[in-house]
Ligand binder design. Structure first.
Ligand SMILES: Nc1ncnc2c1ncn2[C@@H]1O[C@H](COP(=O)(O)OP(=O)(O)OP(=O)(O)O)[C@@H](O)[C@H]1O
Ligand SMILES: [Mg+2]
Length: 405
């Protein structure tokens, strides 16, 4: 089985998915804008061949390159787990008549308006929504939906250009800030807790599911630098509070006709218990969440995904053993990391629960906390009990301080 893996070395987790494909017996051909020598070793070692292209965004050139490649080696499958090139992958599948999502099946995963329209038709609860390319259109949508609202790009990521709007005055303030966004989604603001529903599927069956609880909600985390955002992969998915979210998630996957690979959905649970759909991607979650799932299960979800897409099954034991929480740290001050405070005490008192510790070293330049959830570093803690996991994660959020100047 020859699998063409788009961008096998970037973002960083792609190398592990690439390794997974080779571990389950596929012959993996890389296609990406990193020359072989620039690939992470993990990816390079897993590839039987790598095709370098100057830009993955130049679809016509990439197509021609792959046509030429296909003269020499038969391509059986195209995989891409990175959002910007999902459409390219779909285009290649159509060209070579391969299984997997084609362009029209990919579109609802990319266009948040179309996504919700398809789900509305299936009778699933989405926020009231509209999309528009004009200022007048935004006002009309606001009039129809009412405040509070969310205004966001139709194909955004990382909560960029996403605003909560509570009033006419807010909308007046926000409009100039989204002037560069071609098409916006205007949505009913859903107040509540926010969760993920992530799966690995094969042949339309869910073989693995995961739910993360975001603390706080991503939009809040992205609006205030002092927050240490947290993502908690929950151990026990059988609790009543999660039941309707899981049912919704399975219905969404079915409505969109998704069959093989990773999905990452977000959903809301209102205080009255109502469950509302947020969004879905035909790819794994970012922000090191696949690592988090690995710490929750003591398994290797990178390889589990590969086995699912290549062989249609998962043979690893994916039982959930822990709640696993990632805490992302943002240094106080700008410039270079000068040190941290509180870590020694936390490691003495709760080191047994720490599964991973990946903080920027002293001397490193701070990362842009708005552009990357990882920010200046990450800690993963885990425990069998949720209350204990939350308690320890809260300590890392509040008692560990990184400094920069
Ligand atoms: N209708 C809504 N009601 C309440 N909050 C919302 C709504 N739409 C978006 N948000 C908030 O904004 C965040 C970002 O929106 P969304 O998930 O649609 O876009 P994104 O930029 O793709 O997200 P991601 O951060 O997952 O890449 C959500 O996680 C949520 O906190
Ligand atoms: Mg989102």
């Amino acid at each position: 089985m020859n699998v063409l893996m788009i961008s096998p070395g970037f973002p960083a987790e792609m190398a592990f998915f690439t390794r997974g494909l080779s571990a389950v017996g596929a012959s993996v051909i890389g296609l990406g804008d990193q020359p072989s020598a620039a690939l992470p070793t993990t990816a390079r070692k897993a590839l039987s061949h790598h095709v370098y292209v100057a830009s993955l965004a130049d679809e016509a050139a990439v197509l021609q390159t792959v046509r030429d490649l296909n003269q020499h080696v038969r391509i059986d499958q195209v995989e891409c787990l990175w959002e910007p090139y999902m459409m390219l992958a779909a285009r290649l599948r159509e060209e070579f008549e391969l299984p997997g999502l084609n362009r029209s099946q990919t579109e609802p995963f990319r266009d948040k308006e179309l996504m919700k329209t398809v789900l509305d038709r299936a009778g699933l609860r989405t926020p009231q929504h509209d999309s528009t390319e004009t200022v007048a259109g935004v006002w009309a949508a606001a009039e129809r939906i009412g405040f509070p609202l969310i205004v966001k790009p139709i194909d955004g990521a990382g909560s960029a250009d996403t605003y909560r709007v509570d009033s006419v005055a807010d909308l007046n303030d926000v409009l100039p800030m989204i002037g560069h966004v071609r098409r916006v989604s205007v949505e009913e603001f859903i107040d509540g807790e926010e969760f993920t529903f992530d799966t690995v599927c094969a042949n339309g069956e869910i073989l693995f599911e995961n739910i993360c609880w975001y603390r706080p909600r991503p939009l809040q985390a992205r609006s205030h630098e002092w927050i240490s955002p947290m993502t908690i992969a929950l151990r026990d998915l059988s609790v009543p509070d999660l039941r309707d979210g899981r049912t919704l998630g399975a219905a969404v996957i079915e409505a969109l006709g998704f069959r093989d690979g990773f999905t990452h959905m977000e959903w809301y649970r209102k205080s009255d218990g109502e469950i509302v759909f947020g969004e879905i991607g035909a790819r794994p979650p970012g922000g090191r969440t696949v690592d988090l799932m690995n710490y929750a299960t003591d398994a290797d979800l990178f390889t589990a995904w590969a086995e699912a897409v290549v062989h249609g099954r998962v043979s690893q034991d994916l039982d959930r053993r822990y709640n696993a929480a990632s805490i992302f740290k943002r240094a106080v001050g700008s410039g270079y990391i000068t040190g941290h405070e509180g870590l020694d005490r936390l490691l003495t008192e709760c080191g047994g629960s720490v599964a991973a510790l990946d903080l920027l070293p002293v001397g490193a330049h701070r990362r842009d906390w708005r552009a990357t959830l990882i920010s200046d570093g990450m800690v993963i803690v885990r425990d069998y009990e949720l209350s204990k996991t939350v308690q320890i994660a809260d300590r890392f959020a509040s008692e560990l301080t990184m400094h920069a100047s």
